[in-house]
Design a protein around this ligand. Structure first.
Ligand SMILES: Nc1ncnc2c1ncn2[C@@H]1O[C@H](COP(=O)(O)OP(=O)(O)O)[C@@H](O)[C@H]1O
Ligand SMILES: N[C@@H](CCC(=O)OP(=O)(O)O)C(=O)O
Length: 372
């Protein structure tokens, strides 16, 4: 994360953002004993409606499906296994979407449910479909209520947490700001449940996070503060500033009040393609690079050539995203590979001049390669 470079403060940008994604955590909507706390949705819908009436487009990312399904199913704690989580989500998502519909109906506002998996965001065709649906809902004046499609997402394709989903959705809809609402009133320098923690008001860049301890979440949340920080990093790459605030202060958070922690974004958005390579797509394989190739791609921003590849892992095809790792196995970047794995296995270690003309193009072109 680096500071916004255009003079306007991060808070001003968030306050005047034309398009906003608002993510609300399970901890702000549900309780272990009572499931979904419907009464907590009304003030949130009211704050979102006020922002929309002031001229902003708002997309809501709402967690809480699993939390909302716990009590109705007679469970006493958040399930850990995938099948029970999915069962709870299928019960809870129905209640959650209904509760949002009722809450927004007070303002004659219609809601639309949008359930997404990581795969939907990673694949170009489904990415565009989701984009079109969200855009049309906006044009029709409806509020999209987005969540992960928990009932079909398997362990491999889960977003992992809705903070990341919200940051990806912010990129998908070209949002100008992301507001993360939780049960905590901002980022503290250490877990506030352990006492003696200081609230941090502004995060302009990574240097402001030195020494910050991002702890785990509550009984109902999944990612805790670490997932919010990584979502803020992801949003910053997309050029989207983030406000992390308490759901209890939603009205102030959405109307320019001095609440929560504001995270600055990069002044320039990463291109959609590079953002997709870096954050959205699942890597289908892994290329091991020698030290010279690591220097060429990571420091000199050169294309990756077959000569610098020592090992090829995975079953990928031309056009897939692969991880690039150094001699020590550390991830150094990701990129779109120009050959199938089988083809590449025969090319690795050979200099371009020794290869037939149709195999002389770079393995990963510099334009398709994003260091991490
Ligand atoms: N450094 C920190 N600053 C703020 N909150 C923190 C920190 N470390 C851990 N937390 C905890 O993270 C929780 C929020 O994460 P989580 O429960 O996943 O929320 P949500 O359900 O809104 O996604 C807070 O309740 C807080 O106790
Ligand atoms: N899709 C899940 C989201 C889980 C999740 O990420 O929760 P949270 O950390 O509270 O945002 C649900 O609706 O329960």
């Amino acid at each position: 994360m680096s500071a916004c470079g255009d003079g306007a403060s991060t808070r001003e940008i968030i306050a005047s953002a034309r398009s906003v994604v608002v993510k609300i955590g399970s901890s702000a909507l549900t309780s272990l004993s009572g499931g979904l706390d419907v009464g907590r949705l009304d003030p949130l819908a009211e704050a979102i409606e006020a922002r929309m009436r002031a001229g902003s487009d708002v997309v809501v990312v709402s967690s809480g499906a699993v939390g909302a399904g716990i009590a109705p199913l007679g469970l006493t704690k958040r399930p850990r296994d995938l099948a029970t989580k999915q069962a709870a989500a299928s019960v809870g998502q129905l209640a959650l979407a209904n509760a949002w519909a009722n809450s927004f109906a007070r303002f004659d506002r219609v809601v639309g449910q949008v359930l997404l998996t990581a795969d939907d965001v990673a694949r170009r065709a489904t990415h565009r479909n989701a984009q079109r649906t969200l855009d049309r809902l906006r044009a029709l004046g409806a509020v999209a209520i987005v969540n992960e499609n928990d009932t079909v997402a398997t362990a491999e394709i889960r977003f992992g947490d809705n903070d990341r989903l919200a940051a990806l959705v912010a990129h998908l809809v070209g949002a100008d700001a992301l507001v993360l609402l939780s049960d905590v009133d901002g980022l503290y320098d250490s877990d506030p449940r352990k006492g003696n923690a200081q609230l941090i008001r502004e995060v302009a860049g990574p240097e402001d996070l030195d020494g910050v301890v991002a702890g785990s979440g509550g009984a109902l949340g999944t990612g805790g503060m670490a997932s919010k920080l990584s979502a803020a990093r992801l949003a910053a790459d997309a050029g989207v500033p983030v406000l992390l605030a308490s759901a209890a202060e939603a009205g102030a958070a959405l109307s320019g009040g001095y609440v929560g922690t504001a995270f600055g974004a990069r002044p320039h958005r990463m291109s959609a393609r590079r953002f997709w390579v870096r954050h959205a797509a699942d890597a289908q394989g892994r290329l091991h690079l020698d030290a010279g190739a690591v220097r060429a791609v990571a420091q000199r921003r050169r294309s990756l050539l077959a000569a610098g590849i020592t090992e090829v892992g995975g079953h990928f095809h031309d056009g897939d995203v692969v991880d690039l790792v150094g001699p020590d196995g550390a991830l150094i970047g990701r990129g779109v590979v120009a050959y199938d794995a089988i083809e590449l296995a025969t090319m690795r270690g050979h200099s371009s001049a020794d290869l037939p003309p149709d195999l002389q193009r770079p393995v990963v072109h510099a334009d398709d390669l994003v260091p991490v």
